[in-house]
Design a protein around this ligand. Structure first.
Ligand SMILES: Nc1ncnc2c1ncn2[C@@H]1O[C@H](COP(=O)(O)OP(=O)(O)OP(=O)(O)O)[C@@H](O)[C@H]1O
Ligand SMILES: [Mg+2]
Length: 150
């Protein structure tokens, strides 16, 4: 369990995580309203060097940020029943060449990839502190993320 005392810490964690990301990666950001999913996505976007601003994609389902080391596909699955294929969204980049970040994807987006990084964020009432847990699923995610939690 990692403690993130401020939004700056959450963004900084995202920047460190970004350095480990590769084309085709799927990252699920899981946690309640205001847990910091988008703040973490902003850090990841900054770390990849994509053109911003990374904001909640709520009204568009998905937004592509280009111009960085890898394209970032930022998906909000809140209004979706389930996400069959991100490629079906007809974005102008291919998932295999991008990093795909999904907010509100728990129970909806797991089938997109056998191998993925799940990030659990949580908050306590009346506190800025967020907690973060990494749940590596398959592949070499455990090894890749070891340095982040060490
Ligand atoms: N330690 C922290 N980490 C992240 N955000 C924090 C922290 N402390 C305070 N905040 C604030 O909490 C809010 C987090 O909002 P954010 O949009 O990132 O959450 P979210 O999980 O994406 O919410 P939503 O479910 O609405 O998409 C921001 O206003 C941010 O400034
Ligand atoms: Mg959000």
């Amino acid at each position: 369990m990692i403690e993130l005392p401020s939004v700056a810490d959450t963004r900084a964690f995202g920047e460190r995580l970004a350095a480990l990301l590769r084309a085709g990666d799927l990252v699920l950001l899981i946690g309640p309203l205001g847990a910091g999913k988008t703040a973490l996505a902003q850090g990841i976007g900054a770390g990849l060097g994509v053109r911003g601003p990374v904001v909640s994609p709520t009204f568009v389902i998905a937004r592509v940020h280009s111009g960085g080391r890898l394209p970032l596909v930022h998906v909000d699955a809140y209004r979706l029943g389930s996400l069959a294929e991100v490629d079906d969204l007809d974005l102008d980049v291919a998932v295999a060449e991008s990093v795909t970040l999904v907010e509100w994807g728990a129970g909806k987006a797991e089938q997109l990839a056998d191998t993925r990084l799940e990030i659990l964020l949580d908050r306590k009432p009346d506190s800025e502190i967020r907690t973060l847990q990494l749940r590596p699923v398959g592949g070499d995610w455990t090894d890749r993320t070891a340095e982040l939690i060490g």
